[in-house]
Write a protein that binds this ligand. Structure first.
Ligand code: NAD
Length: 441
């Protein structure tokens, strides 16, 4: 291979989320083989592949009377436990490889958080920002119909992700219930629903809240060099949707952090004195013509790259995958990175961050709060219960701290960074379950 071809391959590999996930998985398997115990080759092959990849194409009648075709996916990665669990993404960037990588990640996340689910992920290639609410409702209903053969409270249970919210989850529940009227526990077919349809208290903030609990524990245990308290710690958050807004608000309100930088897809703002996330949200929703945070208080607009490399103690990627890339990593100034987005840091960038002694709290650990409260919602739906917020938060904190300590212990025992430790922990657990189940028939 010529040096140009090798360089091109390296770039492709860095930007390919599925390839990155598989590389990390292969590394974990090699490590387990060398240091823990030998792994049956067939089990590795089984884990590399999702057990089901469903691709559907379907028409939607648009508001102007025209008909548009859309492509949707539902990938179920592992049936170590069922149902499989994972979000549904609406974005123009949705494609089979991306959804497959996210489903793989979900399996590993469920092992780290110790939840009895396999991983899955769904998505539709569309631009929800350019569609009306009525068009999105028709798209959601038809997509639900198309994935109905695999959907169910004990087979595949979706949740919100980029571009979807509790509104779409409510529509999925209604569509499922109309098409399967005698299904028991029908509300458990989807989580992240509105409270009025059996949603759980605390689900909307769960991903951010879970991340905050982990960060709090890491600081308390003195694991982040140069950061002994969250009070007045400076924070930059990338992404200002469900997860990004909520982490900024929780760190500001409950921990006294100073939110110095925020950004969305249109750009970022930075203010050394600190921002109140609620005020920025009100500007974005009610004043900005572009529905963006850019322009808030006439702060100088920054590019996303400028914001990610601005000074702060805590950097929270909460937008999408492949954002902290190799070319940026050296300029990152944060002491800790709390990965609330899935796959935000490339393997190349991660190596540089570890060399720079940045403490990286990896996605499959840091953002597991969302699927954990989804699990609580599913349990409540099955039992016909409605837990109070204080109970949800208490249980979430316990789960997150336990998951954190398990990964810390693995990292210490084997002298690994936190991402490698999370993968080794998760892959070992998954292998243990698959081995115990054996092969049907
Ligand atoms: P969302 O659609 O509510 O918000 C996404 C935000 O990111 C928007 O503000 C958008 O403007 C911004 N954004 C998009 N591209 C950007 C870019 N290049 N730079 C800066 N900002 C950009 O989505 P969400 O539910 O908040 O999810 C965010 C991330 O968290 C995703 O990676 C998702 O997979 C992950 N996640 C979400 C959940 C959940 O419960 N919603 C759970 C676990 C992980």
């Amino acid at each position: 291979m010529s040096s140009i071809a090798r360089e091109a391959y390296k770039i492709k590999e860095e930007f390919d989320f599925l390839r990155r996930t598989k590389l990390e998985f292969e590394k974990a398997v090699q490590f387990i083989n060398a240091e823990v115990k030998s792994v049956e080759k067939g089990i590795v092959k089984r884990l590399e592949q999702p057990f089901r990849q469903l691709t559907v194409t379907f028409p939607v009648k648009m508001d102007d009377g025209s008909i548009e075709m859309f492509t949707g996916y539902m990938v179920q990665h592992s049936r170590s436990y069922e149902p499989t669990k994972g979000g549904i993404r609406y974005s123009p960037e949705v494609k089979l490889d991306l959804i497959t990588a996210l489903a793989f990640d979900m399996t590993l996340k469920c092992r780290v958080a110790d939840l009895p689910f396999g991983g899955s992920k769904g998505g539709v290639c569309c631009n929800p920002k350019k569609m009306s609410q009525a068009e999105l409702e028709r798209l959601t209903r038809r997509y639900t119909y198309e994935i109905l053969p695999v959907l169910g409270p004990d087979s595949c249970v979706p949740a919100p992700d980029i571009g979807t919210s509790e509104r779409e989850m409510g529509i999925i529940y209604d569509t499922y219930k109309m098409l399967s009227p005698r299904s028991p526990y029908a509300s458990a077919v989807v989580t992240g629903k509105p409270l009025s349809l059996g949603g759980s208290q605390g689900r909307k903030e769960a991903t951010a809240q879970g991340g905050a609990y982990i960060l709090e524990e890491a600081v308390k245990q003195g694991h982040i060099e140069g950061l002994s308290s969250l009070k007045d710690a400076t924070v930059i958050v990338q992404g200002f949707g469900n997860v990004g807004y909520n982490i900024a608000n929780i760190l500001y309100k409950d921990y006294g952090c100073r939110i110095v930088g925020l950004c969305d897809s249109k750009g970022g703002i930075y203010c050394q004195e600190g921002l109140n996330p609620k005020d920025v949200l009100a500007y974005k929703q009610n004043i900005s013509p572009e529905k963006s945070i850019v322009g808030y208080n006439d702060f100088q607009p920054l590019t996303v790259e400028q914001l990610l490399t601005s000074p702060c103690d805590i950097l929270v990627p909460a937008a999408k995958e492949t954002q902290i890339v190799g070319t940026l990593a050296n300029d990152i100034k944060a002491k800790v990175i709390l990965e609330l987005a899935n796959g935000p840091t490339t393997n190349l960038a991660h190596e540089t961050l570890i060399e720079k002694n940045v403490y990286v709290l990896p996605d499959i650990l840091a953002n597991a709060g969302g699927v954990t409260v989804s699990y609580f919602e599913w349990l409540q739906n099955k039992a016909g219960e409605n837990w109070e917020l204080s109970m949800v938060k208490e249980k979430l904190q316990k789960k997150m701290v336990t998951a954190y300590m398990n990964v810390v212990e693995t990292a210490k025992n084997y002298n690994l960074d936190m991402r490698s430790a999370a993968f080794v922990f998760a892959v070992s657990k998954e292998i243990e379950i698959l081995t115990a189940r054996g092969i049907f028939p």
